[in-house]
Design a protein around this ligand. Sequence first.
Ligand SMILES: *Cc1c(COP(=O)(O)O)cnc(C)c1O
Length: 496
Amino acid sequence: MKFVSTRETGELKAGGSVKKEYSSQSVIMEGIAPDGGLFFPAGEVSFTPDEIKQLKNKTYAERAFFIISRYLTDYSKNDLISAAKAAYSEEKFPLSPARVNKVGDEYFLELYHGPTSAFKDVALQLMPRLLSSAIQNSRSQKDALILVATSGDTGKAALEGFAGVERTKILVFYPEDGVSEIQKKQMLTQKGGNVGVYAVKGNFDDCQTGVKAIFADPAAKRLAEERGYFLSSANSINFGRLVPQVVYYFSAISDLDLKDGELCDIVVPTGNFGNILAAYMAKRAGAPIRKLVCASNKNNVLTDFFNTGFYNKKRSFYKTSSPSMDILVSSNLERLLYLFAGPGQTLKYMSELGEKGYFSVSDEVKKDLDGCFSAYYAEESDCFAAIRETFENTGYLIDTHTAAAVFAAGEYKKSSPDGFKTLIVSTASPFKFAPAVCRALGLSCGEGFDAVDRLAEYTRAVPPAALSALRGEKNRFYKSLSAGNMYGGVAEFINA
Ligand SMILES: *Cc1c(COP(=O)(O)O)cnc(C)c1O
């Protein structure tokens, strides 16, 4: 399988247009295409109903190998098998990376049983290992230095994913006063010899701007190269993060035991559009899925897009209790546009989005999208009600992000009340967002571990062991930087 950029229309040559093609290993090393587009497979991948059925008898690591090997064809079988085994061990995911849990009439796909209690672990346990073998195989003399700006969840999941992975180092920047107490503790206690964490005096945007400036700074590049590194990122536009997510949709579908020809609906709480795009890739590759329901919080730019065909990022930004969905530019939507409208239109949409802040798709594209997607958004009060009602009716506890999906599933069913099985994607442990979950249940509590205790006491649910263990752990990182001096942090980390 070769990869192309979502923005490249190709060069006209005798016999047709020719596009620059990339191997999957170079795609994972480079992250983003030279023309600013995102990498995507040049051809289609497909699985037969029999192949999907046979997943049932495989372990999760075997399922992962089976699915990703169709996309990452230039890796050796050995590289992929050992990456999948190490990523999806019982030690990393004691309760399975992708457990399907039937609660009442709904099926929850629980993706939060990994080391950081949120779904980004499923991709970030595998992706660093794929990157590491790509570096090894490329005979590069240099190792990857991963720089991450985080508003909370991604930083810790990336630290856990890269810790101890050969030929990589990772440095995370977080806004000093912009993450929760638990998220801060998770990052500051991170183990591993190849990791570093800095607090930045500023907000998340300052961190992100600072990291972008370092990537664009020739002095930073030179310093890294002198010390034997190339700078790289681990953000969710890297194809190496997308492909592990396709796996759990196939895995869940094999666990749903659908009858021959039976379809299911999938509801995904969405921010950057990575997780739901992976669901669409599974559908396209033959997974028996009818509709994908895109669930947003009050930042409802995607809901409007799917309902009208008009994407407009010029709107108010809301801070909600589901912070990982507080996004106005959903980067991975570009890949969907590429699939439905082609690279020429995608290039046009993306430059309009950059210049004017909005774009519109044609009626034809809109109609095709309608065939696959529905979209709903949940206000804060809808999310809180979903948490409370789910707990009161079934005893099952969900987090604030999953709550948006539960609300969207309810709305969707009002419009299509038939007996299709619905899979609701559950992206974080409720204990990771304990203060907001407590408030939704009407409990008074403090922040951090106080809220974890209160939630556990009231619901009798057991917090994830990795979260509980944090209390006794010592902080390893203490330094904070001004937003203007993040480069100094990189220099210090490299020279240490
Ligand atoms: C990142 C995240 C999301 C959003 O996922 P996308 O792939 O960005 O759509 C939803 N819930 C949680 C808990 C997350 O960490």
